[in-house]
Design a protein around this ligand. Sequence first.
Ligand SMILES: [Zn+2]
Length: 267
Amino acid sequence: MNIFLFLFFFFGLLIGSFLNVVLARLRTEETLLGRSYCRSCRKYIVWYDNIPLISFLILGGKCRHCHEPISSRYFCVEIATAMLFTLVGWKFFEITSLVSWIETAMYLSVFSLALVIALYDSKYFEIPMRLMWAMIVVIILFFLFLDARVFTSVSSVWDLRLYMGIVSGIVAFEFFWLLSFVSRERWMGYGDAYVAFALGLLLGTGAFTAIILAFVLGALYGISQMFLGKKKLSSQVPFAPFLFGGMALFLLFSDIVCHFSWFVACW
Ligand SMILES: [Zn+2]
């Protein structure tokens, strides 16, 4: 198994490098196919300066030509993607099971999209809806595949993942839509409602645990920012990173999360 986790890690580095390109070009609507170039001197980057992680370290985080510092965000996104991919491989991948191959591919796509959406939201306070729809379509296709395999043997519609997902998604969507409406988008934006829908779709009733985790993460972040004197209570905070954070915690560490909530419930 260990060798596979290494493969997941390296695959994650490559995809992370691609996600950086998506993130940089999404706002400007540039093509994803063009070669990479320095954002400050606009010179093309040769392939040996474009190796994930390694080139950043060798070049000391600076452009070879103009010596302008390259944002450490590129480096962090690559590491974060590699770690997420390794965790997904550890949690969901089984080499002998076809379903687990497809499930792993679905989670890798969902986590990649979630990472870009979360970073975009924290940068521009906006949810890139094209990526959001892509995520929803990936999840629906996966559940259609799962449900088709058991369709003849289920006793109720609630056993169908897609049905359960859509119902949970609509409830989560309406809750966040209402929060945005009541607060006139001061607490939450309408974009967050779509993120909540995706969480409900993917996690079913588990989405409510993930959403509670998101509020806990958001509160911890808010408190730490206030202690550091960086933000006031009224500052706008993008919420998609916390929603996806809650989703990741729930999916990857559900055992620990359940033990923790059991522990809290006992108090
Ligand atoms: Zn440069």
